[in-house]
Design a protein around this ligand. Structure first.
Ligand code: AMP
Length: 110
């Protein structure tokens, strides 16, 4: 069964896509937790951060997360979050980076 994010990447499920390249896509989260809340998702179906993630892919996703933040005008800062596994709060089994910004974010997270 393809994951929700595979179905979004293929275009089967619509999304508000703001960036894409040959390795990943970025689209707005459907339930934003901040004025800017974008998900950066690899095209390759990696299940989670602990699923044999290779360094080149991880680095690329971080570079794109920063690119998204710059494009969204998050000059005062932003946060990148990767939830991993059930204790980490991961609800979609396809690796994704949350890029959050546009307001002052609390720390620590819940
Ligand atoms: P996580 O809980 O870290 O696995 O994050 C999954 C994220 O996917 C949540 O922030 C959801 O709001 C988001 N999400 C779920 N369905 C969609 C969708 N159809 N389009 C965009 N974002 C979605």
């Amino acid at each position: 069964m393809p994951t929700l994010f595979e179905r979004i990447i293929s275009g089967e499920i619509p999304s508000d896509r703001i960036y894409e390249d040959e390795i990943c896509v970025a689209f707005r989260d459907i339930a934003p937790q901040a004025p800017t809340h974008v998900l950066v998702v690899p095209r390759k179906p990696v299940q989670a951060l602990d699923d044999h993630l290779d360094a080149a892919l991880a680095g690329h996703l971080l570079v794109v997360a920063n690119k998204v933040a710059q494009c969204e005008g998050l000059a005062d800062g932003y946060r990148v979050v990767i939830n991993c596994g059930s204790d980490g709060g991961q609800s979609v089994d396809h690796l994704h980076l949350h890029v959050l910004g546009g307001r002052s974010l609390n720390w620590p997270p819940g």
